[in-house]
Design a protein around this ligand. Structure first.
Ligand code: SF4
Ligand code: SF4
Length: 346
């Protein structure tokens, strides 16, 4: 596929796009014109379904030392009008996977009602949780999501759920219980942030979860929103455990390459603000409008990535970014490139 449109900014580097954008605001209007080839790469095929990562609350019952949200001004916000959001989701074209996170989504009293509302609209439901909710509440969520549930992701936070063997054993047992209650179409996984305190235990954790039949994924720690500077040995360890969420890399850089985010993926907050992806939200660019209002606009196709670090594994795993990233971001690129370099998409 090589359908680059004449006049579209497909062959420009992100820096040149930025300069051009400053020079001529009309060059990158929102929604932008689709670009199917840029940065020497074709866009992947159009994914069958869209995906949203939705932070439904900033509230959380934990206070992890490495939490990327610890500097938010308000960590008690809950989305207020669930009905308005459900109505907005009904306006999305086709079937979408709505991945709810927070904060901690199970602190939201309307979580089950939201899941049920999305199911009734034939959307798919996924969730990321610290897994501290009671089994009764977890079961109520499973009942509300029904066969629409796709991914149940439990974050293992050793500072709260692994302070001793008893806590860790209880967490693993709860994982087994959850995996045993899922529909065949749904998947369950455990994620763990690779903090310096955790690094020595990661291999043991991975082996324990493997014995329990549970998929275990590591996530690089971020400080000031950038991946911390792991040593070469630490990077080798993370790669041996699959890289960030098993994408095969730690901090991929797709800049300049075409990505479907903005057209078939976006990130949404509890107030309705929608951005192309997390880096877009961070840099306050490529704003899609407020999801609840008529000014919300999806892009019409793939467009070049403008960011040098993609931490959005949802669009990566769903085949919305090119199959191979251009490179690892600068400060994770100093070690020997592994033979299986690249991001596997499915
Ligand atoms: S559980 Fe997640 S949201 Fe809550 S403090 Fe820990 S990292 Fe932050
Ligand atoms: S940062 Fe990732 S999700 Fe965002 S546009 Fe770039 S490749 Fe796509």
């Amino acid at each position: 596929m090589s359908n680059q449109l004449s006049g579209a900014p497909g062959n420009l580097s992100p820096i040149r796009i930025e300069r051009a954008e400053k020079r001529d605001k009309s060059l990158l209007p929102w929604p932008p014109r689709p670009v199917y080839h840029s940065g020497g790469t074709d866009a992947p095929r159009r994914p069958a379904a869209g995906a949203v990562t939705w932070n439904i609350t900033t509230a959380c019952n934990y206070r992890c030392s490495y939490c990327t949200q610890q500097f938010l001004e308000d960590r008690k916000r809950l989305l207020k009008d669930a009905t308005a959001f459900i109505a907005a989701f009904s306006r999305l074209p086709g079937r979408w996977e709505i991945k709810m996170s927070g904060g901690e989504p199970f602190t939201h009293p309307a979580l089950c009602e939201i899941a049920e509302g999305l199911r009734r609209q034939n959307h798919l439901v996924s969730v990321v949780t610290n897994f501290s909710a009671s089994r009764e509440r977890l079961k109520a969520f499973l009942d509300a999501s029904g066969s629409s549930l796709r991914v149940f992701s439990a974050s293992f936070h050793a500072e709260y759920a692994g302070r001793n063997n008893q806590e860790f054993t209880a967490f693993v047992e709860k994982c087994r219980w959850m995996a045993g209650h899922l529909d065949a179409e749904a998947s369950f996984n455990v994620t763990c942030v690779a903090t310096r305190d955790n690094l020595a235990q990661l291999t043991d954790y991975a082996e324990t979860f493997a014995r329990a039949g549970v998929t275990f994924k590591v996530q690089p720690e971020k400080r000031d929103r950038e991946v911390i500077e792991y040593t070469d040995e630490e990077q080798e360890l993370l790669l041996s455990l699959g890289g960030h969420n098993m994408t095969g890399v730690i901090a991929p850089d797709f800049s300049g390459q075409p990505c479907w985010a903005g057209a078939l993926y976006f990130t949404l907050d509890d107030r309705g603000h929608a951005w192309r992806c997390y880096p877009a939200r961070r840099f306050r660019r490529q704003y899609l409008g407020n999801f609840l209002s008529p000014d919300f606009r999806l892009a019409r196709g793939p467009t070049p990535c403008l960011y040098s670090y993609c931490n959005c594994t949802v669009p990566i795993e769903r085949g919305m970014t090119p199959g191979t990233c251009a490179r690892e971001m600068e400060h994770t690129s100093n070690w020997k490139r592994p033979a299986r370099w690249g991001v596997t998409t499915k």
